[in-house]
Design a protein around this ligand. Structure first.
Ligand code: PBG
Length: 325
């Protein structure tokens, strides 16, 4: 059927028709809001490169959870700024570490909230790399043991999902067996399976104070030029026991989200990262774009590409918008 018998505009005539044939939808419960937890009491510091996003102290988490739930957001992912850093990142798995305290507070005060934890050492090491060093290289096999301890300590504190973001080889299997050996069979692993060495993480590294003190992360995070390698990374994580596969960043990697969605039958998550958020906010503040519409369109495209779940700093704002529309 071709023009003039077929006219695609027929089904675009009004909003009722458009919404009848809409292929992709966005709902607040598909969004995960990242939280940055800092030491101290009564703290709420706005992150300069991420307007509207705050580092908050543990005592502020209950209020934050309430805000999220009011916007329809039922999941958060936690990042921590420890009081002290050391070469081995021991703050990452401390029983009384910043994240472990944050998890307990959230599970106490907002038990209906799903608490996801980022499992990585970069916020806890004094050199800012995602693992511990031998000489100047990040040592894979010692690091995955520490990551497994970290994930276990999160589960013991009450985390609902653990999300390793370090990009070491074999870490999903190591974490799965540490969890299972300690009776945490039911804690899912959301693996940052395909995480690129990206400049889009810039504002996050300020927010979480985790820039590498020398070199960069290209010896463990993926080369932005590669997509077939993404399938190999994802295959390994599936074999090692991942429950959810994540692609990160999101907008510049929609092709990767789409390939993973087609090739795997596990749920797909996408991380709409700090730089993606900062670009929307900066252009919005200059009056150059309609920030709300760009946010909605960006998140919808990530869903259309094949993501079931989106981690985004826009979660609360988008959730409110969706509830009111
Ligand atoms: C930790 C981690 C990073 C992000 C999430 N987990 C930083 C990095 O890898 O450098 C980035 C998130 C963002 O930019 O919003 N490894």
């Amino acid at each position: 059927m071709v023009f003039p018998e077929y006219r695609p505009r027929r089904m675009r005539l009004n909003e009722n028709l458009r919404s009848l044939i809409r292929e992709t939808r966005l709902a607040p419960e598909q969004l995960i809001f990242p939280l940055f937890i800092m030491p101290g009491k009564g703290k709420r510091e706005e992150i300069p490169s991420m307007p509207g996003i705050f580092r908050i102290s543990v005592d502020q988490l209950a209020k934050e959870a309430e805000d999220c739930l009011a916007a329809g957001i039922r999941s958060v992912v936690l990042f921590g700024l420890p009081e002290k850093k050391d070469p081995m990142g021991s703050g990452a798995h401390a029983r009384d570490g910043i994240i472990q305290r944050g998890i307990r507070e959230l599970k106490n005060k907002a038990p209906e909230m799903t608490v996801v934890t980022d499992v990585c050492l970069c916020e806890y090491t004094d050199h800012g790399h995602c693992g511990c060093l031998i000489g100047n290289t990040v040592d894979n096999d010692t690091t995955i043991e520490l990551l497994a301890r970290t994930a276990l300590s999160h589960a013991q504190a009450g985390a609902d999902i653990v999300a390793p973001s370090d990009m070491m080889d074999g870490r999903v299997a190591e974490i799965r067996s540490a969890l299972d050996e300690n009776d945490f069979h039911m804690i899912p692993i959301m693996s940052y399976a395909v995480k690129y060495a990206s400049a889009f993480y810039g504002p996050f590294r300020d927010a979480a104070d985790c820039s590498p003190q020398f070199g960069d992360r290209r010896s463990y995070q993926m080369d932005p030029a590669n997509s077939r390698e993404a399938l190999r990374e994802a295959t390994l994580d599936v074999e090692e026991g991942a429950d959810i596969l994540m692609v990160k960043p999101a907008l510049a990697y929609l092709d990767i989200i789409s390939r993973l969605h087609d090739e795997f039958d596990l749920p797909i998550a996408a991380y709409h990262v700090s730089g993606e958020y900062a670009m929307i906010k900066a252009a919005e503040q200059k009056g150059w774009i309609d920030g709300e519409k760009i946010m909605a369109e960006s998140l919808l495209s990530i869903r259309r590409a094949g993501a079931d779940i989106i981690l985004t700093y826009c979660a609360k704002e988008m959730g409110r918008l969706l509830l009111n529309s």
